[in-house]
Design a protein around this ligand. Sequence first.
Ligand code: AMP
Length: 333
Amino acid sequence: MLKEITVSGVRPTGRQHLGNYFGAVVNFVKMQELFDGYFFIADYHSLTTHPKSADLKANVKQIAIEYLACGLDPNKCTIYVQSDLPQIPELYLIFNMFAYLGELEREATFKEKVREQPDNVNAGLLTYPVLMAVDIIIHKAHKVPVGKDQQQHLEMTRDFVARFNNLYETQYFPEPQAFNFSGNLVSIPSLDGEGKMSKSKGEQTCIYLSDEPEVLRKKIMRAITDTGPTAPNSAKPQAVKNLFDLLSLVSTSDTVKTFDDNYNNCTIRYGDLKKQLAEDMVVYLAPIREKIKELSGNDKLLAEILGDGGSKARTSAAQTIKDVREIIGIKSF
Ligand code: AMP
């Protein structure tokens, strides 16, 4: 039986953090065993923030290294760079006809970017959901492992697909579903006490997979808390809840329970909680951190893996474009 197809990617805008890992990559690693997996480095997407060429090149390498360090295996899945597929821009052009201005303008990430970079509100930011949809449907994916922040984009992908399928009276593209093995999409919190972990909020608010133990300890010890509970069993303020959320990702359930009990009976010492979180985080990330170091500088291996992956991904993308041209009626005579 043919396996279901899964596609997802990460933008090369810097090193990967815990949000990328638990929202996306940890799922890629499991999915490569069960699905026909395509995992890419979304370099076109990062152009919306106008990176320097040298930074972009270094970051593409970094994401590739981190994919491998986290456990992606080129013998089990296809790993490639988005811009190695010339079929992407063609399908992007076609799918721009299935996206409406109003819905693109209402989209939450677009509004956030308008606030973040008011001097660079380029059209690429507006049509980001179209490019993302194309990344997914170029391989006719069924499941897309992403974090909660991408939920709205996935809904838009399904809308674009439904419009295409309706207009051309076809079932050609499956309507893809966002996916996380836990059953729920996750949002990993930032260390600054509010919102999701995000590179755009600054180095100190993110836990990077490649952070050295001393750096990790410092960041976690500086994380925002409050003065502590004053009544038994009170609700945790957001910043404290965030620390518990991070603890439950990397610590044992006994440890989480002990701190939870201490919180509920008002004996908690946040310093102890943070120390425990830092030590458990250091241990949890150690194998990935070591592997990243081991792979860094092995450009030959990366070039081979991305070269092979690009070629496999192009074969799949070329078939889709051929079919789409046929469906639409764009034919060469
Ligand atoms: P990006 O770095 O924006 O390219 O994101 C790559 C993947 O990581 C996407 O699937 C995001 O949904 C996921 N991701 C990024 N930040 C977080 C976060 N704080 N929590 C959960 N998932 C995240």
